[in-house]
Design a protein around this ligand. Structure first.
Ligand SMILES: Cc1cc2nc3c(=O)[nH]c(=O)nc-3n(C[C@H](O)[C@H](O)[C@H](O)COP(=O)(O)OP(=O)(O)OC[C@H]3O[C@@H](n4cnc5c(N)ncnc54)[C@H](O)[C@@H]3O)c2cc1C
Length: 479
């Protein structure tokens, strides 16, 4: 290796799931970094239920923290999907199916826990926690002659080689990136791109004390017209969320904020909705420990980098939470970006990269990530819409056809899991034999196998026959 005056240093903005995963990945690759977090603690007090699919638990194994995650979580075994009156439609066992299909999941489990625990483990297992600096809100940033500099609201400054914007859906880094790109070449970031994130769902999220009706680690998803109730019992609490379609779509720069009155009004409209055959939402609400109402944006940015600044996680792409894929997607970003930076350094035999090398890495990162993110985004959006049965067709698919064609969905998820990236610099300690992690996806027309095409055709042919039965089935639910 050539020795330069100083080694390469990344400034990560935000210590959410993506920022902390980025820190772990850079740590594994031996690349210097700091994390700047505006909040006073790295780990917040509250959080919704969180699913870690096998391609993500494999990455956590590479970070060396999977055992800690196993200690604070349980494998997800089944999911009870219910109709508007709480009646069971089907019990799915996707996670056990994935785990059994070691060729797809590499033998890794699907874990369920709460978001706070995810952040806690990611933070406490970082070898060097002092690199995560809390109470440090980034106010502005600039490119300097040979690097970057960020200015914090407390007046202090940090210098580095790149800025990694892991600062979430209302990203400050993204706004700087837009200005930088348009100053370099006017018209690069268009209004259409700026409006890429749109909100047409909101989520009432909460945590309640345990209730006898709900067995731990057996979640319930209750399909409804215009909303979906998810109740996720853990051993000492019930995490729940209600995704609700909004009456209109809100594009950027509208920042929808809800107050306590909005929370109460939304909850009041759900009180008599069923969660199961024996439990109403009102009972969950009365047992609540905390609750909040958040907007659910969806979309993907066209440009993820400009100069020495790059976006990862929710700042670059945002999806609805129903499929439990958004946070994992940010973790995948961290892996792909780290692999590319490390490869470039090793190829060139240097510990420092110049601006052209950095920009090439960032463009390769965007290129490798976008197709997969678009697939995950589409899948998440479909999941949200089918469950909340926005139209008659979606109601049919969500309530009857898909439960009957479970394997079709399972195949799609298996392909997503199998194509997840892994760190090139770190071994998978518990790796089992599996397919290459770089396989292309076989879902939604990207590269479907003959079997999947036959499945899709069967599904279409089944529609007219099932239509009659479905109408009878729906009438029995609504009347
Ligand atoms: C109800 C719900 C359930 C979900 N369930 C799942 C699930 O089961 N599985 C899954 O994979 N995903 C799930 N998701 C999605 C997942 O939570 C998000 O995709 C993920 O948390 C995004 O992480 P992030 O680090 O990119 O952004 P964020 O979590 O938004 O973190 C950004 C961080 O940057 C900090 N920050 C912002 N601005 C600044 C600044 N100027 N200076 C310094 N710091 C700053 C913030 O304080 C924050 O800590 C769910 C989402 C919701 C809403």
């Amino acid at each position: 290796m050539e020795h330069s005056e100083r080694s390469f240093r990344a400034i990560i903005v935000g210590s959410g799931i993506t920022g902390l995963s980025m820190a772990h990945a850079l740590e594994c690759a031996g690349i210097d970094y700091i994390v700047l977090e505006k909040n006073n603690q790295a780990v917040p007090h509250a959080g919704a239920a969180f699913i870690l699919w096998p391609h993500i638990t494999r990455i956590l194994d590479q970070f060396g923290c999977l055992d800690k995650f196993r200690e604070v979580s349980q494998p997800l075994r089944c999911e009870n999907r219910r109709g508007p009156n709480g009646k069971l439609i089907v019990q799915t066992k996707l996670s056990s199916y994935l785990e059994r299909r070691k060729g797809f999941s590499f033998g890794y489990p699907t874990l369920s826990l709460d978001r706070r625990a995810v952040l806690d483990v990611l933070y406490t297992t970082l070898p060097n926690q002092s690199r995560v600096m809390t109470g440090k809100r980034v106010a502005s940033m600039q490119h300097t002659q040979d690097g970057v500099e960020v200015v914090l609201t407390d007046g202090s400054r940090e210098k580095g080689d790149i800025i990694i914007g892991a600062d979430g859906v209302y990203s400050t880094c993204r706004e700087y990136l837009w200005n930088h790109a348009n100053t370099r070449s006017l018209g690069t970031i268009t209004i259409t791109e700026k409006k890429a994130f749109r909100m047409s769902y909101k989520c009432l999220v909460g945590v309640s004390s345990p209730l006898p009706d709900l067995k731990p680690y057996e979640p319930h998803v209750c399909h409804n017209k215009g909303f979906t109730i998810l109740a996720y019992p853990l051993c000492d609490k019930i995490c729940w969320g209600v995704s609700i379609r909004t009456d209109q779509e809100y594009p950027w720069p509208t920042k929808v904020r809800y107050n306590s009155q909005d929370i109460d009004t939304t909850a009041a409209s759900l009180m008599s909705s069923a969660v199961t055959e024996t439990l109403l939402f009102g009972e969950l609400w009365h047992a609540r420990i905390q609750a909040t109402l958040v907007p659910l944006q969806e979309g993907i940015m066209e440009h993820w980098s400009s100069g020495r600044i790059v976006l990862v996680g929710d700042s670059a792409h945002k999806m609805t939470p129903d499929a439990g894929l958004g946070g994992g997607c940010g973790i995948e970003d961290a892996i792909v970006l780290t692999n590319l930076l490390k490869d470039e350094m090793e190829k060139k035999g240097v510990v420092q990269l110049d601006e052209t090398q950095i920009e090439n890495c960032f463009l390769a990162y965007e290129d490798q990530r976008k197709d997969r993110v678009k697939i995950l985004l589409k899948l998440s959006g479909r999941c949200t819409r089918q469950r909340s049965s926005g139209s008659l067709v979606q109601l049919l698919i969500g309530q009857l056809l898909l439960p009957l064609r479970q394997k079709f969905m399972w195949q799609a998820m298996s392909e997503i899991v199998a194509a997840g990236p892994s760190l090139t610099v770190s071994p998978c300690n518990g790796a089992r034999s599996g397919r290459s992690s770089n396989r292309s996806l076989g879902y939604m027309g990207t590269r479907q196998s003959k079997k999947e095409r036959t499945n899709a055709l069967n599904l279409l042919l089944a529609v007219p026959v099932l239509l009659v039965f479905t109408l009878i089935f729906m009438l029995s639910y609504y009347y």
